[in-house]
Design a protein around this ligand. Sequence first.
Ligand SMILES: [Zn+2]
Length: 58
Amino acid sequence: MATRKSPRRKPTPKPCPDCRTGQTSESFQVGGRRKRISDDRQEALCLTCLGSGEAPTN
Ligand SMILES: [Zn+2]
C-alpha cells in the first residue's frame, strides 16, 4: 500500500528573519579594517533563505 500524505495540512513557510523578499539590501562593509561603506545599497541574495524568502526548515 502506498503511503498517503495528508493533503490537509500545507507546510506553511515561515518568513525569513533576515530578509523579506529573499534579498538583503544593506550597505555593508567591504574589507577587514578598511571601512568602505558605499552609499549605494547593494542588493545581495539572502544567504539565510537563499533567495526564497522563507526561513530554512532545519
Ligand atoms: Zn532570507
